[in-house]
Design a protein around this ligand. Structure first.
Ligand code: 6GU
Length: 224
């Protein structure tokens, strides 16, 4: 069973979106989730998990020793251990495929101004960002990683959706979709999609995917 351990000050944010829809139905059958309350590893009477930044400046920083204690409480198997932070390369679908095909993930969710940098080398953590903007904490980003991985676990999605005919899987954005009514407020469904000619439909979809990618994400084409 694919297993996620999430270290957080807000365990009530989990399973969140992963507890709904198809991933939710598969929970505890095809995958499992364990949350670890970082506060339980805090120091002193107040179980402090953070301290002031070395060198000064605003906010607070999570202590490396507290984070290490929380990480060391989780079975040390071969799962990748991620740390959610905007100080990382943005996540790619190819990486999600790899993680989804493995045994699971351990995900550390920082809060405050971040976490003592030394924890990354000390515990072999992989820094992961979900894009170029700033969130208040790692939890929503961890939910994004989970949702992207879970839908690729065999059996989580119905067989009508294989997860392979999708945006990014072939280096392009996905083609546009339509359904009834045939005319929506004066906008018709493209004729070819109603022709029943599967070769022509496949050609139209390939062209649409290419045109949309060129228009919105030319960077993807340069990479391909
Ligand atoms: Cl992983 N964490 C935070 N706090 N902000 C982010 C992010 C992660 N990815 C993009 N912005």
């Amino acid at each position: 069973m694919w297993r996620a351990d999430v270290i957080t000050l807000y365990p009530e944010m989990f399973p969140g979106s992963s507890g709904h829809s198809l991933a939710g139905k598969a929970k505890d059958k095809l995958w499992s989730l364990n949350t670890v309350q970082l506060r339980n590893f805090g120091s002193g009477k107040h179980r402090a998990v953070d301290d002031t930044p070395a060198g000064g400046g605003p906010g607070m920083v999570i202590r490396a020793d507290v984070a290490a204690a929380a990480l060391d409480s989780i079975p040390n198997d071969n799962r990748p251990r991620l740390i959610m932070t905007p100080r990382a390369k943005p996540l790619q679908q190819s990486q999600i495929r790899t993680w989804s095909a493995g045994e699971g993930l351990v995900i550390f969710c920082p809060r405050f101004e971040g976490i003592d940098e030394r924890i990354i080398a000390a515990r072999g953590l992989i820094p992961v960002s979900i894009g170029d903007y700033v969130l208040s904490g790692g939890e929503t980003a961890a939910l994004v990683v989970l949702e992207a991985c879970l839908r690729l676990i065999p059996g989580v999605m119905g067989k009508e959706a294989s997860g392979t005919d999708e945006s990014f899987e072939n280096g392009l954005l996905e083609y546009a979709q339509f359904t009834r009514p045939a005319d929506f407020e004066g906008q018709p469904i493209p004729d070819v999609l109603q022709s029943g000619n599967h070769a022509e439909i496949a050609r139209w979809r390939q062209a649409d995917a290419l045109e949309t990618t060129k228009r919105l994400r030319p960077d993807l084409l340069e990479k391909a």
